[in-house]
Ligand binder design. Structure first.
Ligand code: EPZ
Length: 430
């Protein structure tokens, strides 16, 4: 019973340091096995998804040395197996980046079919389409994706749907292929650019990352590199919404404001004051928020990973808002949990019609997935009285020290492991 215990009602005020981007680090760490030289990756978030991926890498013989909480030294010269077992894939979908990395380097890989956060169908047909276009034979047997190639030859690949994972996985497989590969309709997320920049720092030849056409010219070998992961735009956005939801004043530090533009624009529409500096963004919410419309889109549109958080804010806003989820087909599960706090949201297919209410009442909630879990914590922080959020393992997949960072902003929140701990928390905060 690991859960967050929360006594809500305090506006969150202060500064918070944002960590490295989980979704960039997952691709960069997988790419690090594509050289036999030693690679050092810095500004890695210490979260469950990263630790599971590093364990998966060690399971095939990669030497991983955690120099400190946020830095890993990696050497993949002694890889002895090419099979990524289900125990790792069951825990995190992004282990499938090892498929592209192993196929690119060794021309063979076996990875269990991926699962991932239950936010909708998590297909991999575009990944497979890319690998086949490069000349690999890909089959699915006994729950494993098995990819083999005599040689990998550059190809022109069109992604029917904009896919972060497929863009990164195909970039990995193409980096050491013979000749030129073009990925059309590529994802443009900052974490896609970060993986491309990291591969180029190892000697790859990738151009156009961050646009919808990525051009990769295969090279013979990749070499050592020392690289720092970009800041996490979703962690930053989550704390920006924490200011909006609790009528607080939060400065997120060590960020790239450009990566947060769509969230900043929406917060201003909703009546927040937002101040940007080189590597920080301050959000002040002094009055009740205004309703607005949101549609999630691939970058630079409004991120689907920020959809639960902004919906919680809009559930307290003045008027009716519409939130359309265009990326995943089942990302409103948190609405049933929020209803326990008195919210008024109707979901019809991939659209939520949100009637703002004046306040939430405290309740005992369960996190349905990573970002929804974080959003429900923010909802509890603004509701007077005691609330709990259960199944916080989802939240710890992607947020490092989430409750500790919230405490530093004035939140009365603690991680409790038992009923006794919960009672102790209640006595402590009174
Ligand atoms: C990445 O997932 C992120 N995860 C997700 O973040 C994020 O929500 C998502 O990108 C969109 O930005 C990681 O980076 C580890 P997609 P991914 O492939 O790569 C369809 C979080 O909270 N699709 O861009 O799995 C798919 O069904 C997580 O950190 C295919 O049809 O997402 C979806 O509708 C949650 N075929 C759309 O594309 C494929 O082969 C976008 O998915 C692949 C995807």
């Amino acid at each position: 019973m690991e859960q967050y215990a929360i006594k809500g009602g305090n506006p969150l005020v202060g500064e918070v340091e944002i960590g490295g981007a989980k979704n960039a680090a997952l691709g960069v760490l997988a790419a690090a096995i594509m050289t036999d030289d030693t690679v050092i990756v810095d500004n890695i978030p210490d979260v469950r998804d990263i630790n599971v991926l590093l364990n998966a890498m060690e399971s095939i013989g990669v030497v991983v040395n955690r120099i400190d909480r946020h830095t890993a030294k990696i050497n993949a010269s002694m890889i002895s197996a090419f099979v990524i077992e289900d125990e790792f894939i069951k825990k995190i979908r992004a282990s499938y980046y090892l498929l592209g990395a192993l196929l690119g380097k060794y021309k063979h890989a076996e990875v269990a079919l991926p699962g991932g956060c239950n936010i909708g169908s998590r297909k991999i047909d575009l990944h497979i389409k890319g690998f086949k276009a490069l000349g690999a034979e890909v089959k699915i047997e006994h729950g494993l994706i098995i990819a083999d190639a005599q040689r990998l030859k550059g190809a022109h690949i069109y992604l029917d749907t904009v896919s972060v994972g497929a863009t990164i996985n195909i970039m990995l497989a193409a980096a050491l292929a013979e000749g030129k590969t073009v990925i059309e309709n590529a994802a443009k997320e900052p974490h896609v650019v970060d993986v491309a920049n990291f591969l180029n720092s190892m000697g790859a030849n990738i151009k156009g990352a961050g646009t919808d056409v990525v051009r990769i010219t295969g090279v013979q070998k990749l070499h050592a590199s020392e690289y720092a992961i970009i800041p996490d735009q979703i962690e930053a956005g989550t704390f920006m919404l924490a200011a909006a939801i609790t009528k607080g004043d939060i400065t997120v530090k060590n960020v790239i404001p450009k990566h947060l533009e769509s969230t900043t624009a929406k917060l201003i529409e909703m009546g927040c004051q937002v101040e940007e500096s080189d590597d920080a963004v301050r959000v002040v919410a002094s009055r009740r928020l205004e309703s607005t419309q949101v549609k999630t889109l691939p970058y630079p549109g409004f991120p689907t990973d920020m959809q639960p958080q902004i919906s919680v804010a809009l559930a307290l806003a003045n008027g009716t808002s519409i939130v359309t989820e265009s990326i995943f087909d089942n990302r409103f599960k948190y609405v049933d949990e929020l209803a326990k706090m008195g919210s008024n949201i109707k979901v019809e297919s991939n659209t939520a019609i949100i009637e703002g209410v004046s306040h939430f009442t405290s309740a005992d909630l369960t996190a349905p997935d990573l970002r929804a879990g974080a959003a429900l914590v923010l909802a509890c922080l603004t509701a007077d009285g005691f609330s709990t959020v259960d199944d916080i393992k989802y939240i710890e997949r992607g947020y490092e020290d989430f409750h500790i960072k919230l405490q530093s902003l004035g939140a009365q929140i603690d991680k409790v492991m038992s009923e006794k701990d919960l009672q102790k928390f209640k006595l402590k905060v009174g």
